[in-house]
Design a protein around this ligand. Structure first.
Ligand code: AMP
Length: 321
């Protein structure tokens, strides 16, 4: 995840909650991608603080640093090295076609080269560790397809080098929409105080945002004709509660929107309150987050360097005898 803006329930349900669930099944590496964040201008002091905040949120959500690795992208120079090598095998047309590039570029007066290279750096983040599975939200599926295309192109040019990574999406919560406009993905950068519920929002703010969420003019929930706003609220509840479809229908059919929103707010608050409590404990322990990040970078550096060495040899770049 990028350490920019405020982490919201879309990030949590689409990615972080899933990471916590699967961490015991895999050897997992969770990266804080600060070099991706600077593809658009970031205030340096804020970025420094956001990196630690994001690491503390990973920990508060339940990532166990003894079991999994939490690290910062720029602390492992191999990410940038591999990115360059992959850039050299990536046709620029592939990058110009990326939906996220087109959307972000449209918001900028001057489009930095980093914004175009963004998915190549992401491919490097993944291929560097020969990752088999990448758990992300739905918005990242196109970048994952590109990662496989880049890996395949490299393998066909230079011989089998990279493992083909698979995309893993959560069954519910893969795409949480904005509360104010449920036709748009909930996003860190979208303006408007009613758009996203941030993980660190106080309970009263969470309730206010959810009670104001856009629905429609029908009297209550009808599962046969769900408008985007109502479907989004139900999706948020289902992803937090873990209820199956039958439970959702039995409980919410015919419910008036005011009561639906109240129950969604209760569910979100009940899940975020313990996370926020843990977050406060973690940040009050001086030096803890930095120690986790330092250890994480130390743990993965040998894996990352071994891949860079292999890629250099494959490409014929200089490696000392
Ligand atoms: P980013 O905001 O780009 O740092 O995304 C971090 C992770 O959160 C990625 O795995 C995204 O796919 C996921 N994500 C971001 N926004 C949403 C959303 N609205 N719904 C579900 N997952 C999301």
């Amino acid at each position: 995840m990028q350490p920019s803006g405020n982490l919201h329930i879309g990030n949590y349900l689409g990615a972080l909650k899933n990471w916590v669930r699967i961490q015991s099944d895999y050897e997992a590496i969770f990266c804080i991608v600060d070099m991706h964040a600077v593809t658009v201008y970031q205030n340096p002091d804020e970025l420094r603080a956001k990196i630690r905040e994001l690491a503390a949120l990973y920990l508060a959500a339940g990532i166990d640093p003894k079991q999994s690795t939490i690290m910062v992208q720029s602390a492992v120079p191999a990410h940038a090295e591999l990115c360059w090598m992959l850039t050299c095998v990536t046709p620029v047309g592939w990058l110009q076609r990326m939906t996220q590039f087109k959307a972000k570029a449209a918001e900028q007066e001057t489009v930095g080269d980093g914004l175009l290279q963004y998915p190549v750096l992401m491919a490097a983040d993944i291929l560097l560790y020969q990752a088999a599975i990448v758990p992300v939200g739905e918005d990242q599926t196109q970048h994952l397809e590109l990662t496989r295309d880049i890996a395949q192109r490299f393998n066909s040019l230079y011989g089998e080098t990279f493992v083909m990574p698979e995309t893993s999406l959560p069954s519910v919560g893969a795409r949480i929409m904005g509360l104010d406009d449920p036709t748009k993905k909930m996003s860190k950068s979208a303006p408007g105080s009613g758009h996203a519920v941030a993980l660190l929002d106080p309970p009263a703010t969470i309730r206010k945002k959810i009670m104001r969420a856009t629905t429609d003019s029908a009297p209550g929930v009808d599962f046969d004709v769900l408008s985007p706003g109502v479907a989004n609220l139900l999706g948020i509840f289902q992803a937090f509660s873990g209820w199956d479809d039958a439970q959702m229908r039995a409980h919410f059919s015919g419910m008036r929107y005011g009561e639906l929103k109240k129950q969604v707010a209760d569910m979100v608050i009940a899940n975020l309150e313990p996370l926020q409590k843990r977050y406060n404990e973690i940040v009050s322990e001086k030096g803890y987050v930095d120690a986790v990040l330092r250890e994480g970078a130390e743990r993965v550096t040998p894996i990352a360097n071994a891949t860079v060495e292999l890629v250099k040899r494959r490409m014929g770049l200089y490696t000392p005898c």
